[in-house]
Design a binder for this molecule. Structure first.
Ligand SMILES: [Ca+2]
Ligand SMILES: [Ca+2]
Ligand SMILES: [Ca+2]
Length: 487
């Protein structure tokens, strides 16, 4: 009965919008099955403006919704559990509310969750808070405010969070519609901030040991990812022109408000010349429009070969996923860009964009088995409505079938597993001479080496306990083997 009811709702929704949800999409030669994991326009049964989705080491999606709810979402069933309700605490208006979320890199042993949101206290402010996840109660407990009182607004508030391998937390802040803030080193707005995981200031911060500042001159950066090539890529919303893709360096000045996009006009060049450590973006969209650049990931999985080793960016206004290929020398040059899921866009700069297959795309994450999940935004800014407020799975079903066959013939094995770090890796003969990497649950390469023979002994006891993937690739295939380090 429940199934019949749901089915009739879907028919109705399709009839109202005049457009059915596609069951597949293609990325080059790869067909991806489309599955709506959860969708809803009310906050009780569905979801409302999902802002951040992160794949957790528990194989759940950890999700924020802008109006103030943190959830664990079962990506297979769509069952959603509220683990923290901040709706009475957050200030939720226009683009503000509960936004960024980050999980501790060693979550198994240190189950901490970091959140960034706006609240009201004599004005709109931003706060970054650390919680402990209690698996016993399936809730977030023990809030510890790391920093608060950062000037905010209803728009231009950043709030993307990222934890670096040295266990420091980066947080983007926006200019809060105050253009004197990004270049003002005594303001925390229009910056990327760096702090220890207890909120203290790292001694090696680039603007001095008493400053949270990591970089300055930002307008509103809402995408940030550390790639395997070592570069920290960040997307940033431009004004009515010039969205940016930047590589963030400590102490860098990203130019706003004196420079929009590239430093290429007379007044901009005069300003750049006076700046210390000015950094140009490596890509802009465009000199006569914006596309509304949001979350960034580095996709590194053979399940969708067209995307492997590329940046993927969720784009709101121009309603697409942008695949960005950078050079494989130092990753500072954009070699190609491809727009997916919006045929009418086709790279033409335009003042108004829409018509994407999946509406406005705010956030993206990937699972360890190579599926990609998208978070679509709510009914703002003219969204057509077909996919609003959804988490969508894109899966190459053919890849699973192939990889099962491959695993039977070509397999990397390890023993003991679980291990305390001392490990023997057994590779197929045709992998000898190839490289291997050990990847953590954030997709970061934490160890690498050469397959010098079919059996390689190594010592990973310096790594934090947790689940890792041992990966080896030759010209024909990639093998992925889980390794559990426990102490
Ligand atoms: Ca994300
Ligand atoms: Ca800039
Ligand atoms: Ca410019």
């Amino acid at each position: 009965m429940k199934r019949l009811f749901t089915f009739s709702i879907i028919i109705l929704a399709a009839a109202v919008s005049g457009m059915a949800q596609p069951s597949t999409v293609t990325v080059g030669n790869t067909t991806l099955d489309v599955r709506v994991v959860i969708q809803g326009t009310n906050s009780t049964n569905g979801i409302d403006i999902p802002w951040e989705i992160q794949w957790g080491p528990d194989d759940y999606i950890w999700m924020t919704e802008r109006y103030g709810r943190v959830s664990r979402l079962n990506p297979e069933t769509g069952a959603r559990t509220t683990i923290l309700d901040l709706t009475s605490t957050v200030y939720d208006n226009s683009e503000s509310g509960l936004l960024g979320l980050a999980l501790h890199p060693d979550f198994t042993n240190t189950p901490q969750v970091f959140l960034a949101y706006t609240y009201y206290s004599g004005g709109i402010k931003e706060r970054i808070v650390r919680y402990d996840y209690s698996s016993a109660s399936n809730t977030l407990i023990n809030p510890l405010t790391l920093i608060e009182g950062i000037n905010g607004n209803t728009t231009h508030i950043g709030c993307r969070l990222l934890i670096l391998p040295d266990n420091t937390l980066l947080a983007t802040t926006g200019d809060y519609q105050n253009q004197s803030s990004p270049q003002n080193e005594s303001s925390l707005s229009g910056k990327i901030l760096r702090m220890n995981l207890d909120g203290t200031i790292p001694a090696d911060n680039p603007f001095g040991s008493s400053s949270y500042l990591y970089s300055k001159g930002h307008r509103n950066a809402q995408g940030m990812v550390l790639a395997p090539n070592g570069n920290l890529y960040s997307s940033e919303h431009g004004p009515s022109t010039n969205d940016e893709l930047n590589i963030i360096v400590p102490g860098g000045n990203y130019g706003w408000p004196d420079v929009a996009g590239l430093c290429n006009t007379g007044s901009e060049m005069a300003a750049c010349n006076l700046m210390t450590n000015y950094q140009d973006p490596i890509a802009i969209w465009y000199e006569n429009s914006t596309i509304a650049t949001s979350d960034l990931i580095w996709y590194d999985h053979p399940a969708i070969p067209e995307w492997q080793g590329k940046l993927l960016m969720a784009v709101l206004k121009a309603e697409h996923i942008k695949e960005i290929e950078v050079d494989n020398t130092d990753g500072t040059t954009v070699e190609s860009q491809t727009i997916w899921f919006n045929n009418s866009h086709s790279n033409n700069p335009s003042s108004s964009f829409s018509s994407g297959t999946f509406d406005r795309l705010r956030d993206i994450c990937a699972s360890p088995d190579g599926r990609v999940f998208l978070a679509t935004s709510g009914p703002s800014w003219g969204t057509s409505g077909t996919f609003q407020n959804s988490i969508i799975e894109l899966k190459n079903a053919a890849y699973s079938a192939v990889s099962v066959n491959e695993v039977q013939e070509v397999k990397t094995s390890v023993y003991p597993n679980p291990t305390n770090g001392q490990i023997n890796m057994v590779f197929a003969p045709e992998l000898v001479g190839a490289g291997y990497t050990l990847v953590n649950n954030l997709g970061q390469v934490v160890a690498e080496g050469t397959v010098s023979s079919t059996k390689v002994a190594s010592d990973f006891s310096g790594l934090a306990p947790g689940l890792y993937i041992l990966r080896s690739t030759n010209v024909n295939y990639t093998t992925n083997q889980q390794v559990l380090i426990s102490k």
